[in-house]
Design a protein around this ligand. Structure first.
Ligand SMILES: Cc1cc2nc3c(=O)[nH]c(=O)nc-3n(C[C@H](O)[C@H](O)[C@H](O)COP(=O)(O)OP(=O)(O)OC[C@H]3O[C@@H](n4cnc5c(N)ncnc54)[C@H](O)[C@@H]3O)c2cc1C
Length: 401
């Protein structure tokens, strides 16, 4: 039996695989579940803005191995829905084809680099490799010759990720050894006229207050025109001397979604039905940042951890149910919440799509720590607990951000 194949070992993929196994066990049936990812770890992507990002990972084998999920370390490069195969390239370059009866596409999303001169000089915190490179770069700053911009960081994009890395950088830069009088400067550059454009006006006053408290400068209504070794040029012609420039704007679904000749949204996400089956591709499901699913009336899921976890559990359940002849369940999202880290200015916890503020400061920060350090981590070496939590009805907290 070829069973269910899950592409991607992020939050959506891990919970898809666990949920598929859970349903089969609950029904007393056999099911082969295989997870394909080029890496060996679940990367805790929402924490990559923090210091020491290389530790933000958990062994996939310790999460899924004891539950009986097979794992192949490879990159999926092609999908044939007619023959029900996926082409993969292993880490040694070996290419092969893997059969599937049900396929779950959970290959996540990627930051889109800008097409400006010097784009190759920009840092980002989208992947563990990039975040680790940034961390190493920050630690090398004290060894550079003193000069304007040595401890200045420009963060381009004042969305969720831009706000989190900008506020966190204030302390990360301040912790580095500096000459007396050398200032730490963090500048947030945003094309829109307001910070947090996609967060809406609700939480904006608190965000601006936190940025002001931390001394994070805002350059609104301008975009990045060019980067070079000394700093950046903005679209209004102004210059900022900065040795660290971080790009955070614009994430799109994994390019693997383009393998299917079906409808995709402006973020490259696959259109799915209420059971998370890709419309126009029978037997193929999507979960996490690759899925354009309805969350609540009038709202689509966001490319966020809260939705990735839930989508994974429903997609895994439904793909297994379809294969085993069991009833599918329609996807229902838990009430939407967010928790935005604001560095040493605390955090901001909001409820609902209009992001009504529930808590700020230390109270919200304590929640953010729980989200980051506990709630988004799946159990390891504990298959019973993993499968208990893999039930689509299970919810410890309304986790997001
Ligand atoms: C800095 C940062 C901060 C964030 N903060 C928050 C936050 O506070 N709250 C929140 O809710 N969300 C946050 N997010 C977003 C959140 O991390 C994502 O929405 C979430 O990780 C999506 O999960 P996923 O499983 O769909 O994809 P991913 O986590 O991207 O995982 C996809 C997996 O697929 C694998 N893969 C990719 N291509 C292939 C292929 N061709 N073949 C096989 N495998 C493949 C990748 O290696 C990866 O392991 C943040 C993201 C970043 C970068």
């Amino acid at each position: 039996m070829t069973g269910t194949v899950v592409l991607g070992g992020g939050f959506a993929g891990v919970w898809s695989a666990a949920a598929a196994i859970r349903l089969a066990r609950a029904a007393g049936r056999e099911l082969t579940v295989t997870l394909i990812d080029p890496g060996d770890d679940l990367v805790i992507r929402p924490r990559l803005y923090q210091a020491e990002p290389s530790r933000m990972r958990v062994s996939l084998d310790r999460i899924l191995g004891p539950a009986g999920v097979r794992r192949i370390a490879a990159t999926a490069t092609g999908i044939d829905t007619g023959r029900r195969t996926v082409t993969v390239t292993a880490r040694d370059g070996h290419r092969s084809e893997i059969d599937w009866e049900r396929l779950i596409i959970a290959t996540g999303s990627r930051l889109q680099p800008p097409t400006v001169p010097g784009a190759e000089l920009l840092h980002n915190v989208d992947t563990i490799t990039a975040a680790t490179k940034l961390d190493a770069h920050l630690h090398r700053l004290p060894d550079l010759p003193p000069g304007e911009g040595r401890f200045t960081a420009v963060v381009v994009g004042a969305g969720f990720t831009g706000l989190e890395i900008a506020t966190e950088l204030v302390d990360r830069l301040a912790a580095l050894p500096r000459d007396p009088g050398e200032q730490v400067r963090v500048v947030l550059v945003e094309r829109s006229a307001a910070v947090g454009p996609e967060l809406g006006p609700g939480p904006r006053p608190q965000i601006i207050e936190a940025l002001t408290t931390l001394g994070v400068e805002q350059r609104l209504g301008v975009s990045l025109a060019a980067a070079d070794a000394e700093g950046v040029t903005l679209s209004d012609g102004s210059r900022l001397a900065a040795r660290t420039v971080i790009w955070t704007a614009g994430v799109r679904a994994s390019p693997l979604t383009a393998e299917l000749p079906v409808e995709r949204d402006r973020l490259g996400r696959l259109a799915v039905d209420t059971e998370l089956q890709v419309i126009g591709a029978p037997g193929v499901y999507a979960a996490g940042d690759t899925a354009a699913a309805a969350a609540e009336p009038g709202h689509q899921v966001l490319q966020c951890c809260q939705h990735a976890l839930q989508l994974g559990k429903f997609a895994g359940h439904n793909a297994a149910a379809d294969l085993l002849g069991l009833p599918a369940v329609p996807f229902t999202a838990a009430p939407y919440v967010t928790c935005l880290d604001l560095g040493s200015a605390g955090a901001l916890f909001t409820n609902g799509w209009d992001r009504r503020i529930v808590s700020t400061g230390d109270i919200a920060k304590a929640r953010k720590r729980n989200v980051n350090e506990l709630w988004i981590y799946p159990p390891t070496d504990d298959p019973d607990e993993l499968l208990r939590q893999a039930d689509y009805r299970f919810s410890v907290r309304q986790i997001c951000s």
